[in-house]
Write a protein that binds this ligand. Structure first.
Ligand SMILES: [Zn+2]
Length: 703
């Protein structure tokens, strides 16, 4: 590991933030350097601080602790990622004997010197008590490989020498802050302090000193570990099992089953859906097929900080049966055992500690699957990815630690303290009130056009992840870039497929499941139009329109059914029908008849899928024009003709359709999207219904 510090990059940060002091700018720069090294920190892990003297609004000098906000990712931290705290006051908290969670949170909250929605890092008091100007803290893999051993303290001394102190595990917060400060005062010559089972703190008067000490110490730990385990293979391959033959499709089915089995009722009584991340790197496949896999999965997190992301234990599937029924049964057993163990751990800890805590959901977040790799879950895709990154690192680190000597897992008591610490739980978004469709996955076909965009826009706003599909790939790319601009952190995937080809649709559902775990909301929206009177209608054209509008809807619904069945958590199909189904127009036979067919298929699906909790409803829009950003393909086609016949320009035509409806309303794509969200949110027990979005057209009232 080498220092990545260089003056030119530091200058870039100075220029980027001209309004902050260079000392703070350097804090941001070296924090980013650490954050971008996955061997030091992963996603929101680790924390940094700097102590500065600043004038307050009255012009009085004040000591300020700038400390990273909890959960903020060091890799792209900005000045807003730091909180400003009243250092003089925080230092005095050292005199307090005990500080419970709520009181510590409250003290940190009321001693902020600048408004910020962030919570201070759980290690804020430690940053306050240690007198050094700059402090850096990580949970570096190689440090943990050494500390999580029966002779951990000795190994750290051997590997890192006399200027690195080692302290036993102490709960983060006031106790750890006091212990670290006392150690530092005894030995001010120290360069770093290592906490068994937790991580490492380095410090210095300059940003570069503290950062480079981190690099230097971690580098020495890495070299020491590598030297000790050199020549030994990390794992012993199993000989009884191989990589699955139909790996890709099996992974898709397994993801759906796992996703469904881990969905659970949230505190508000509503079903919480999770997103699945699937990884099958060669290294992960090797670990999954090793004799050590069960031990590596069962030995828990390498630092308690990870527990809120991955839970303590990894669920291990030692083989994967191919038939659906056996696969479901296998997953059911594994989860049942996992849940039982989790509940036991929770009960044991609350009783031992005499605490009153509400149990978190007992479901696994990480599965290692023999011959398939890793599947992780999160309430958002981001959380699922974080869990995967951490689990991958932890598996390799634990494999190395096992070879090095005698890996000692962290005690349940320590893990519990961190898992049930309110400050730590705040990092997780699922504790907060959630948008209605959080954790759900929606597929929209025909997503390259105006209505598809409007639907995706509203689904994203409601918290769903969306998969855009269209045979017009440039349209979907454009839709994605528009949506990305409108929604920060939008979870958007593009999977192009041809709705007229059943095999292509089926393959797409597999791909969606490998990327996100499955699907909850299916919106068959792909459609084409053709203008011709029956007398002039080319039978081949008729076939084509039927193929997309009717057969495409049928194919999409049909291919989604096995996914819904495996997930076993219900779902919603919302077919984008048309006002023309009730109120057709001349020269529009191909479109109206094929849409009427699709509408009928949707009603049949409503009859057939109710037993598995899947609702099927229809939206019947009329005259949805596109906008400057994305056009409506239907109006691109029929618009010019109608403008000519009515002697109107484009805006005139829009106006004509607006005046045609009862409410004199312009119908927008997002109105269609709102109805999709309404149905998908399960607000009413409704299936088989049609919902007009047309401004009110008496001839098209559903009947
Ligand atoms: Zn830590």
């Amino acid at each position: 590991m080498k220092s990545a510090y260089n003056k030119v990059d530091a200058e870039i940060i100075f220029k980027k933030y001209p309004d902050i002091s260079q000392e703070l700018a350097l804090r941001i720069y070296t924090s980013q350097l650490m954050g971008s090294n996955p061997h030091l920190v992963l996603h929101g892990g680790g924390n940094t601080s700097v102590k500065l003297r600043q004038k307050n609004i009255l012009g009085e000098e004040q000591d300020v602790l700038f400390v990273k906000g909890s959960g903020v990712d060091l890799a792209d931290i900005t000045p807003e990622g730091f909180l400003e705290l009243d250092l003089a006051f925080l230092i005095k908290l050292r005199m307090v004997k005990n500080l419970n969670d709520e009181e510590m949170e409250s003290q940190l909250e009321i001693h902020k010197l600048h408004r910020s929605p962030l919570n201070p890092s759980v290690e804020a008091l430690l940053h306050a008590f240690l007198p050094a100007k700059y402090i850096d803290h990580t949970h570096a893999d190689s440090i943990l490989i050494l500390t999580n051993q029966s002779e951990g303290a000795d190994l750290i001394r051997q590997a890192l020498g006399p200027r690195v102190a080692v302290l036993p595990y102490t709960m983060s917060g006031l106790p750890l802050a006091k212990a670290v400060a006392a150690q530092y005062e005894k030995r001010p010559d120290l360069e770093a302090i290592v906490i068994i089972n937790h991580g490492i703190f380095t410090f210095g008067e300059e940003a570069i000193t503290s950062y480079e000490r981190m690099i230097d110490v971690v580098d020495r730990a890495e070299k020491y570990v590598n030297q000790r385990i050199q020549g030994t293979s990390l794992i012993t391959p199993r000989t009884d099992i191989k990589i699955a033959t139909d790996e890709k499709s099996l992974a898709a089915r397994l993801a759906q089953i796992i996703r469904g089995s881990c969905a659970h009722q949230g505190p508000d009584g509503k079903l919480r859906h999770l997103i699945v991340e699937y990884r099958d790197t060669p290294e992960l496949l090797n670990v999954s097929l090793s004799q050590e896999a069960p031990v590596l999965c069962d030995s828990g997190v390498i630092t308690p900080d990870h527990v809120t992301r991955t839970k303590n234990k990894i669920a291990y599937l030692d083989y994967v049966p191919e038939p659906d029924d056996s696969l479901k049964e296998k997953v059911r057993q594994i989860i049942e055992d996992y849940v039982k163990n989790y509940r036991h751990y929770f009960q044991e800890q609350v009783q031992a500690k005499g605490l009153d805590r509400k149990e978190l959901d007992p479901f696994p977040r990480v599965f290692l699957v023999a011959g398939l790799g890793l599947l992780t879950l999160g309430f958002s895709r981001k959380e699922a990815k974080i869990a995967a990154d951490i689990a991958e690192h932890a598996l390799y680190a634990k494999a190395r630690a096992e070879v090095l000597g005698n890996y000692v897992p962290i005690t349940n008591s320590h893990v519990f303290d961190m898992e049930y610490w309110s400050l730590q739980q705040r990092k997780l978004s699922h504790i907060l009130p959630l948008p209605p469709l959080q954790g759900q996955v929606a597929l929209i076909t025909g997503a390259g056009g105006a209505i598809g965009l409007g639907i995706a826009d509203r689904l994203l706003a409601a918290g769903s992840a969306v998969v855009l599909s269209d045979i017009d790939e440039s349209g979907t790319q454009k839709a994605r870039s528009i949506l990305k601009k409108r929604h920060e952190n939008a979870e958007i995937e593009i999977i192009p497929f041809d709705v007229t080809d059943y095999h292509s649709v089926e393959t797409a559902f597999d791909e969606i499941s490998r990327r996100l775990g499955g699907v909850d909301i299916v919106v068959p929206n792909a459609g084409i139009a053709h203008v011709a009177k029956i007398e002039d209608l080319d039978p081949l054209k008729m076939d084509q329109v039927i193929s997309v509008n009717l057969k495409g809807t049928f194919n999409t619904i049909k291919a989604s059914i096995p996914v819904f069945r495996r997930q076993n958590t219900g779902g919603n199909i919302v077919v984008i029908s048309s006002k023309n189904v009730f109120d057709p127009g001349a020269a529009f036979g191909a479109y109206s008849a094929s849409k009427a067919g699709a509408h009928q298929i949707a009603k049949i699906a409503a009859l057939e899928l109710a037993e598995i909790g899947v609702r099927v409803n229809m939206v019947n829009p009329d005259a949805v024009f596109g906008d400057e950003e994305i056009s409506s393909k239907l109006w691109d086609l029929v618009g010019p003709d109608r403008m000519r016949s009515r002697g109107l320009d484009y805006d005139g035509l829009k106006e004509y359709y607006r005046n045609r409806n009862l409410l004199k309303a312009q119908v927008l794509a997002e109105h269609v999207g709102n109805v999709v969200v309404f149905f998908a949110a399960d607000l009413t027990p409704t299936t088989g219904a049609s919902f007009p979005v047309d401004g009110g057209i008496a001839a098209a009232f559903p009947r």
